[in-house]
Design a protein around this ligand. Structure first.
Ligand code: UDP
Length: 236
């Protein structure tokens, strides 16, 4: 039995780069697809929000003279490119999926609604939710919180390249230790960074726990669903 029945999986665009400096690493994409298929085969209902940082980030663009709103729209389109890539990789892995877009752009994907996403998941398809929230000044972390709450997921699984929430940044501080569990209040009080504050607060206020784990280690997604002791659970 899988630990969670319905999940919202957040995949970072940056991780999709793999060893590259830009764009999509096909090997990483295929690994993600295989991991997703594994938990899909366990009967888990899966919604996915994917980032776009491997292609474009609005805020970074403003430093180079881009208009912020147009830059954010470029970022949202970047998440759409990644979502289409993931959908294609899932098809190759033998896992059915649909792409639902936060901004109308048929035939690239159907226009998102909560009910379309739930219906797709109940029919055994992975629902790939692209375009973030559809509005500028937000991130795909906030998009994940919003969609996770909307689709009534049991948990948001935040796939990152570190294996959980640490006392300090483990890539900079070798003495940093990992929490197995932590509350939202401790996150605020200790000034720890799990996601941006808007995203974290949405989860707290709507009772959506966050499970942070390293998605770049093949097999980890299944381990989380099997209840193995990896990652960090953030709860109320
Ligand atoms: N974005 C946005 N609204 C949203 C989600 C994303 O404007 O609701 C834009 C924003 O410019 C962001 C970019 O899309 O920088 C890519 O998303 P994000 O940075 O969250 O991707 P990740 O860090 O997960 O790769």
């Amino acid at each position: 039995m899988a630990r969670f029945k319905r999940i919202l999986l957040k995949l970072s665009g940056e991780s999709l780069m793999g060893e590259q400096k830009y764009g999509i690493d096909e090997k990483r994409l295929a690994e993600y697809a295989m991991q997703i298929k594994e938990v899909h085969d366990m009967g888990v209902q899966i919604g996915i929000v994917i980032g776009g940082g491997n292609i474009f980030r609005g805020l970074k663009g403003t430093g180079k003279g881009f208009d912020r709103v147009k830059g954010d729209q470029m970022g949202m389109l970047a998440t759409t490119i990644n979502g289409l890539g993931l959908s294609s990789a899932l098809t190759s892995a033998g896992c059915p999926s649909v792409v639902l877009t936060a901004i109308r752009m048929e035939p690239i994907g159907e226009f998102y609604s909560k009910w379309k996403a739930i219906q797709a998941m109940e029919e055994g398809k992975v629902a790939i939710l692209v375009g973030g929230t559809g509005s500028p000044y937000f991130t795909t972390d906030t998009g994940s919180s919003l969609r996770g709450i909307e689709i009534e997921a049991d948990v948001m699984l935040k796939g990152t390249r570190v294996d959980g929430v640490y006392t300090a940044d483990p890539e900079k501080d070798p003495t940093a230790t990992k929490f197995d569990e932590i509350t939202f209040d401790e996150i605020y009080n200790k000034g720890l960074k799990v996601m941006d504050l808007t995203a974290t607060t949405m989860c707290k206020e709507n009772g959506l726990p966050i499970y942070v784990f390293n998605m770049d280690v093949v097999g980890n997604l299944k381990k989380v669903m099997n209840g193995e002791k990896i990652g960090t659970l953030v709860h109320d």
